[in-house]
Design a protein around this ligand. Structure first.
Ligand SMILES: [Zn+2]
Length: 299
């Protein structure tokens, strides 16, 4: 049994890693609300999730986690298909039992149901928070959990800290029948995507769009429109998606960020991002709109 990512999404709320994509199968809770008893185990080794493929694809049960000899440091995160679900980090050297399969959630086609893919992403974000929140930012002393919340409180100075989500923009720029696509050197060979970046001090999202585009490609834009957003749990970004129309400038790449950037006609697109990201959702939507426009002109 294997699953393919959908060809499209009715709206971007349904993209993988957004809470809506796992709502029917998972209810998020907090570690202090662990009801006890057996349950499912969400085990992550980096961005690899361990799944049981015996029948359909599902999370392993506690008993299968025990085979790893590593049931010490799991935390309760909520209910998966109505059953308690606990999250566990696996070291890089942990060997995987024969009965389980490790699947990389960042593969182009991870072959997982959307809800399970999204839950694994959520787990990645939570593990990042757990790793980075053991000590207080304020004084360096140990932190403890706040009851029924994901926040933590410092045992010494009392300051409270909550999971940090970092806002980013990602933008699709149109120029007549073309769209702007760029490449980072570390991406898969031949694959292109969109300009993206972190919001900086004092910026609103539209200002980040303008700055990132100018810094990375040397162009300016107009008609900046918010289209939707996606939780990106690698480790904890919120991607806010925009479209914009080209205004002025020639493409001049920032050397250390991008290796390529060009205008592409929608009839001649290079390899695009996989259908699990808001980048692809924005591209598919723009291509669809431009095709409708082209057909209208022809008609
Ligand atoms: Zn403190």
């Amino acid at each position: 049994m294997s699953y393919k990512l959908p060809d499209g999404y009715a709206n971007c709320e349904l993209l993988p890693f957004n809470r809506k994509a796992l709502d029917d199968d998972f209810v998020l809770s907090t570690p202090s609300q662990d009801p006890g008893g057996g349950g499912y185990r969400l085990m992550l080794q980096g961005t690899r999730v361990l799944v049981d493929r015996t029948e359909d694809i599902n999370l392993p049960r506690d008993e299968q986690a025990m085979e790893l000899g590593a049931d010490q440091d799991s935390i309760f995160i909520g209910h998966w298909k109505g059953v308690p679900c606990r999250l566990q980090h696996l070291s890089r050297t942990a060997s995987i039992p024969q009965s389980l399969h490790a699947t990389n959630i960042l593969d182009n086609e991870p072959g997982l149901p959307l809800s399970l893919l999204s839950l694994a992403g959520l787990g990645n974000s939570i593990l990042h928070w757990e790793r980075t929140s053991c000590c207080c930012d304020n004084c360096g002393e140990k932190m403890g959990r706040i009851n029924s919340e994901w926040g933590k409180k410092c045992s010494a100075c009392g300051s409270q800290h909550y999971p940090r989500i970092h806002p980013c923009i990602i933008v699709l720029v149109r120029r007549n029948n073309e769209i702007l696509l760029v490449r980072k050197p570390e991406w898969a060979p031949g694959r292109f995507g969109l300009v993206a970046g972190f919001v900086e001090f004092g910026e609103n999202l539209e200002q980040t769009v303008v700055r990132e585009l100018f810094e990375e490609t040397g162009i300016t834009v107009t008609n900046i429109c918010y289209q939707g957003s996606q939780s990106w749990p690698f480790p904890s970004q919120l991607m806010t998606g925009f479209t914009a129309d080209y205004s002025s400038g020639e493409i001049k790449l920032q050397d250390n960020e991008l290796s390529e950037g060009n205008w592409y006609s929608i009839d001649n697109l290079p390899q695009l991002p996989p259908r699990r990201s808001i980048a692809r959702w924005l591209i598919d939507m723009a291509v669809n709109d431009l095709q409708i426009d082209t057909n209208r002109i022809k008609g």
